[in-house]
Design a protein around this ligand. Structure first.
Ligand code: FAD
Ligand code: NA7
Length: 541
């Protein structure tokens, strides 16, 4: 007797094709066949109430989180023939900001940040342009329009959201707009507009990233905003207090000031703690010179809304002295928490890192062997988009293409897009000294003047580079640091050289490209130890 069957899904994997067919009598035939031998049915298993094969899984991979890491892994895995579902859901911020598919980087991180930074740089360039002969209206009459910038940035983001969805569809990755949590180690529960869904996966990837934290002080959540809100703010931010002097705090302060808003940074300890502190000092100094104020060693104590709508912020310094001032916007950039709480990890037996909300993994594997994690949710790994992407892709290859390659988290380059940008790869000078001893470290340094600064007579005090190397042999380079224009573009190539263990001898033997700022690394020759003046003698010496 012929039985009517419904082809539920098809998985191509390593030369085999698996056809899963369901029949009406609560049984399913899971067939694993060589492509040439289509219907040789090997097993017949009972199904559960949802029609899933008991003991089997619907998806090869379920990814929770459609950001940089999750999407990279999902697309790579699908390309290798795996059946993949991606869940992505954005909980609105306290003031109601929400966004589309793609995660932090695209919507409220790297991309809008870089665009706003560029807008700020253009403001400076307008002034330079006059010196280069452009006949423009009187500089003081040139105004920036926040609404136009916000609209341009948001339009770009929406186009990226759209392209991301199309890409997933093309690659046959199922996108589910729902918040995912564990029901058991192989089952993810989610609620979508269509109702509750249970999905089972052979492998599960946690790629939920993080969200900004708020301090535990009165008024912070009610009246404060974070980087999640700033890029889509309806009205201009006005006079802004940025609490936090990390990567994000300094970048936000930089572009707000560049766009013409009064910006003040409240620093708890030191700016850019964890980065090379000499370079961090140079960045902070250059920002101060541009008019950004710093409130050092201070902590906010409360935020109150006045009748006129402005915000009264109170704070204390490390002497316990109290201060207050009125701002239009208060932006908290005090770090980020990983979004692990909503995952109900206990249901899967996944353990969190010792100090709270992150996942301490070895090669992205959690304590439950089939559950993995990539991106910002990882404990003590760089919180950067390319890191999440690379780890996600390599993981997919290990799971579905027999690859052995693991992610190398060392010597990851990054750039802080402050007005004077800071690009860095490898060790800070202090960590190099800590690890190898001061007597074994040679630090080369130089101030330089970019050619394009000559005509507008821009100051060079903050264009500075530093190379930290071992002292012995050909002097292996341990860290490279660059403050100046286009720092990311400059440091990227040197990051590749660092991966190849570049030595100071090789760097010095590299012929520069003239006239560029990157060539300064090939000309550097003054050691700190020598005490010689690191200021530039001439442009071409
Ligand atoms: P995310 O991109 O955050 O994606 C996680 C996704 O999962 C989100 O969409 C989230 O809503 C969703 N999600 C969470 N929980 C669930 C759940 N339970 N169910 C379903 N979905 C869920 N990095 C750089 O390399 N360069 C930069 O210049 C840079 N600038 C930055 C500027 C700012 C202001 C910020 C905030 C970050 C910046 N970063 C930058 C960091 C970068 O954005 C992150 O490292 C990167 O986005 C991390 O990717 P991810 O995949 O781990 O998580
Ligand atoms: P960071 O780099 O952790 O910086 C957080 C900053 O906020 C830092 O200056 C902290 O000072 C400060 N901070 C932390 N808690 C408080 C409280 N409670 N009050 C006041 N100030 C505080 O986080 P970011 O959000 O800037 O960047 C996170 C990542 O995103 C970054 O690594 C990039 O990769 C992208 P501290 O130095 O701890 O004294």
């Amino acid at each position: 007797m012929a039985t009517a069957v419904c082809l539920r899904n098809v998985i191509r994997f390593k030369g085999f094709t698996r056809y899963r067919v369901s029949v009406t009598n609560n049984h399913a035939f899971s067939t694993v066949v060589q492509r040439s031998n289509l219907f040789s049915i090997i097993t017949s298993k009972p199904t559960d109430i949802l029609g899933r094969i008991k003991g089997d899984t619907e998806y090869d991979l379920i990814v929770i989180g459609g950001g940089s890491g999750g999407l990279a892994c999902a697309k790579e895995a699908a390309g290798l023939g795996a059946k993949v579902a991606v869940l992505d859901y954005v909980t609105p911020t306290p003031i109601g900001t929400k966004w589309g598919l793609g995660g932090t980087c695209v919507n409220v991180g790297c991309i809008p940040k870089k665009l706003m930074h560029q807008a700020a740089l253009l403001g400076e360039a307008v002034h330079d342009a006059q010196k280069y002969g452009w006949e423009l209206p009187e500089a003081s009459t040139i105004k920036h329009n926040w609404e136009s910038l916000r609209e341009a940035v948001q339009n770009h983001i929406k186009s990226v959201n759209w392209v991301t969805r199309v890409e997933l569809r093309d690659k046959k990755v199922e996108y589910i707009n729902g918040l995912g949590s564990f029901k058991d180690p192989h089952t993810i529960e989610t609620v979508t507009k269509q109702g509750q869904r249970l999905l089972t996966g052979k492998y599960i990837l946690i790629a939920v990233g993080g969200r900004p934290r708020y301090p535990d002080i009165p008024g912070a959540v009610e009246y404060g905003i974070t980087s999640d809100d700033i890029f889509s703010l309806d009205s201009p931010p006005g006079k802004t207090l940025i609490v936090g002097a990390g990567y994000i705090g300094l970048e936000c302060a930089g572009f707000l000031n560049g766009l013409g808003y009064e910006a003040t940074v409240m620093v708890r300890s030191v700016p850019l703690r964890g980065f090379d502190q000499q370079m961090a000092g140079i960045i902070a100094e250059s920002m101060e010179l541009k008019g950004i104020k710093f409130l050092n060693k201070c902590l906010p104590t409360s935020v109150k809304k006045q009748d006129n709508g402005r915000l009264l912020i109170s704070w204390k310094n490390n002497q316990n002295e109290e201060f207050s001032d009125v701002f239009d916007t208060i932006l908290f950039a005090i770090g980020r928490k990983a979004l692990t709480q909503e995952l109900l990890l206990d249901n899967a037996g996944v353990k969190l890192s010792e100090d709270g909300d992150k996942l301490d993994c070895l090669n992205e594997q959690t304590n439950i062997p089939h559950i993995y994690a990539v991106g910002d949710v990882l404990y003590r790994k760089p919180e950067l988009t390319p890191v999440a992407i690379q780890a996600g892709k390599l993981l997919a290859k290990r799971l579905f293409a027999n690859s052995q390659e693991v992610m190398d988290y060392d010597n990851v380059a990054t750039t802080i897009f402050t007005p004077m940008e800071y690009g860095t790869v490898g060790l800070s000078e202090e960590v190099a000294i800590q690890r190898h001893g001061e007597e074994n470290i040679e630090t080369y340094h130089a101030y330089y003047k970019p050619t394009e600064f000559f005509i507008p007579q821009r100051s060079i005090v903050h264009c500075y580079i530093k190379v930290v190397a071992l002292r012995t042999g050909d002097q292996q380079i341990l860290g490279m640091h660059f403050v100046g224009p286009q720092a990311g573009e400059v440091i990227q190539g040197f990051a590749a050289a660092m991966k190849c263990n570049i030595t100071f001898k090789q760097l010095s033997n590299t012929v520069g490209i003239h006239p560029t700022t990157a060539e300064e690394f090939t000309r550097i020759n003054i050691t700190k130890r020598s005490g010689k003046d690191p200021n530039p003698q001439s442009c071409c010496s």
